[in-house]
Every structure is written in C-alpha cells, then in structure tokens.
Design a protein. Sequence first.
Length: 125
Amino acid sequence: MTTMRFRVAVVEDDAGVRTALRQLLRSAAYDARTFVSAEEFLAAGGESEADCLIADINLPGMSGVALLQALRAKAPVRAVLITGRDDPATLELIARAGGVTVLRKPFSDSDLFAAINDVLKEIEP
C-alpha cells in the first residue's frame, strides 16, 4: 500500500505565521511550501504543485481572494483561506470567495487539519 504525501502551499505575508504553518504541516507529514505573496506563488508555478492552497485573505498586492479567483478561472482549486481580520472589507472578500473554508486567526491545529482534510478528501491515495 502506497501512502500519498499531500502537497500544501501556504501563501502568507507574516513571516512568523508562515514559518509556524510550514513547520506544523511538515510535522504532520504534508509536503509544505511557503510563499510570501500571491505573485511569488504564481511566478513559481505553485498552483501546479499543490494539492491544497492555504492563503491569507489580506495579502499585500494580490489578495488571497483574488488569487483564488484567478486560479479558479483556470481549474478547480482546493483551498483554505485564513484571516486575522473581521472588518467589513474582509467580510466582503470572504463573501466573494464563495464555497471555500475560511479560518479566523488564531485557529487551532485541529481546525486547520480538519479544513485541509475536508478539501483533500476527494483525492484518492
């Protein structure tokens, strides 16, 4: 029996959060790559290398929602959006994302893993 190692891309501008998420995901046997911006993720071809995308909603430059929409225009995307804000502008972005799990920071490890497992459940190992 072969065990599939899922590839998770994290797009997060906060270095501390980005590092913590990478370490957490790797400790759970995910192949985790991190990116400081949506533009870096796209330039690196991250969408073709990730089974799941975790993106901060409020990124400088292209937002996490805009990234998700750009990716969805090309192909289905498995994603979890994260945010530390609940101001009206962020709530509007969340509404526009539609059909995606959103976790509010701080979130628990178990909530993150549940969200990832939910979006990855249709992939056969």
